[in-house]
Each structure stands twice: as C-alpha cells, then as structure tokens.
Write a protein that binds this ligand. Structure first.
Ligand SMILES: C[S@@+](CC[C@H](N)C(=O)[O-])C[C@H]1O[C@@H](n2cnc3c(N)ncnc32)[C@H](O)[C@@H]1O
Length: 242
C-alpha cells in the first residue's frame, strides 16, 4: 500500500504536473539541447508577443509579411501542426501558444528550418494571450488535444470550459471556426454540452462522419499518434462563432 489514490496515480502516470490553480504556468521537461537553448535565447525574444504593451488594433502589425488572416493555435505541443499550417499558408499570420518549454524550443527550430516568417509565439499560459487579443481579431482557432484531465474532480482544469468559451467568443470574428480535437469521450461530451448552452457558437456537424473525419489536409499530431497507439481515436469538432 502506498496510500496513493486514483487521482494521484493518474497524475503520476500521465496527466500533466499540477501547479497553481487551474493552470500551472511554464513547464520544463528534459534539459534543452544546446541548439534549442541557443534558439530560446536568440530567436524567442524576437518572435514572442509582448503582452506588456497593448495589442495592436490590427494584428497584421505583428507580422513582417503581408497577411490576410490571423489563426491561433493553443497548446501546439511539438509544433507539428503549427509548422505544417504555417508553411501551407504563408499569407496567414499564426500565433502559437505553448507553455511547455521543450515544445517552444522545438517550434523555434522548425521556424528556422522552414524559414517561416508568419509565426509569433507565446511561451506561457495561453489564457493571457486570449485576454490580451482585441475583440473579433482571430479568424480561426485550433485547440488540438488539450490536456484531458480525465478525473471528475479535475474537470475544472480543462481548458475548454464555460468561461473560456465566452472569452474565445470575444476574440473570434463572426463566422470564425474553433477547431477542437480530443480522444477523450468525456471531454467531447463536456465541450459539446457547453457549446450547446452557448449563444456564441454553433456546432457545424450534420452527420457522424463530420466529427470522425479530420479537417482537410490533416496530418496527425504527436499526441494523436500516441492516442492511436494506445487504442483511442480522435474526434474533430468544428464550432462556428455566430
Ligand atoms: C496533450 S498536449 C497536446 C499537444 C499537441 N496539440 C498535440 O496534439 O500533439 C496539450 C498541450 O497543451 C499545452 N497547454 C495546456 N494548457 C496550456 C495553457 N493554458 N497555455 C499554453 N499551453 C498549454 C501543454 O503544455 C501541452 O503541450
């Protein structure tokens, strides 16, 4: 007997480390390799949003290239999806948020390797970016496999709760899509119940295939690949800002 309860065991075996309250700020994994540490020191300051200043009224000012839209990805993990989409859409400005230091370092390497000029990053809690962004400024939002927090008593730590939906509604343009993927049925049901109660979003699905089929051009993320290996499958929800 270790005295460890179910929740503690879940945390130890895979759920993210705890921090203060609903989110835990910056997180570190293994020591960064020298190339990545160098990028954190040299590139991140140029690419990082400056939340100490008010956001520009027109977000195009954040990017050194001409862009037609701004897309936001929250919790980009290793940055596979962000890199792919930013490469495919050089005329879209991307804001990527990831609090895990090793993920941000990987993303910096991919930005450099692919010569991406249309990406800006935030390496702490994404909630601060959501608060900072001007109203109706984002054309698309990706929330791909947010931390599942499967235990009932941890549900309030889930990113996509009632309050966050209202905050996201503020920053999304009318007609903008919130694209949410999860492999956890209970998180899907939790999010759908909240979207159904929200006057700001509609779920666009008409048939089962709509949420079982990934979005066009989809390539699996690192987390999704792990979920598939473990026998779970992803579901892909598109919520439209009304
Ligand atoms: C389960 S992982 C999925 C990563 C990636 N989207 C994928 O599919 O491979 C969730 C990620 O969201 C990040 N994250 C969770 N809450 C966050 C927050 N409030 N701000 C920034 N990043 C966050 C975590 O650090 C983690 O890398």
């Amino acid at each position: 007997m270790t005295g460890e309860n179910e929740d503690e065991k879940a945390d130890r075996e895979g759920a993210p480390p705890r921090g203060h309250g609903a989110f835990f700020g910056r997180r570190k994994g293994k020591t960064l390799r020298p190339g990545h540490a160098g990028l954190m020191a040299a590139s991140l300051p140029d690419l990082r949003l400056d939340l100490d200043r008010p956001a520009p009224a027109d977000l195009h000012a954040l990017f050194p290239v001409d862009i037609r839209q701004v897309w936001l990805e929250i919790g980009f993990g290793g940055g596979e999806h962000l890199t792919q989409r930013a490469g495919e859409n050089p005329d879209v400005g991307f804001i990527g948020c990831e609090a895990y230091v090793n993920g941000t370092a990987k993303m910096l390497a991919q930005i450099e390797q692919n010569g991406l000029a249309n990406v800006r990053l935030w390496d702490e809690d994404a909630k601060r970016v959501v608060e900072w962004l001007p109203p109706a400024s984002i054309d698309r939002l990706y929330l791909l496999y947010p931390d599942p927090w499967p235990k009932r008593r941890h549900r309030k730590r889930r990113f996509l709760g009632e309050e966050m939906l209202a905050r996201l509604a503020r920053i999304l343009k009318p007609g903008a899509e919130l694209r949410f993927a999860t492999d956890i049925d209970d998180y899907a049901a939790y999010a759908l119940a909240r979207v159904a109660r929200s006057a700001d979003f509609v779920w666009t699905a008409e048939r089962q295939a709509d949420w079982l089929t990934p979005w066009e051009g989809w390539r699996s993320t690192r987390y999704e690949a792990k979920a598939l290996r473990e026998g779970r499958r992803g579901a892909y929800f598109t919520f439209r800002r009304v």
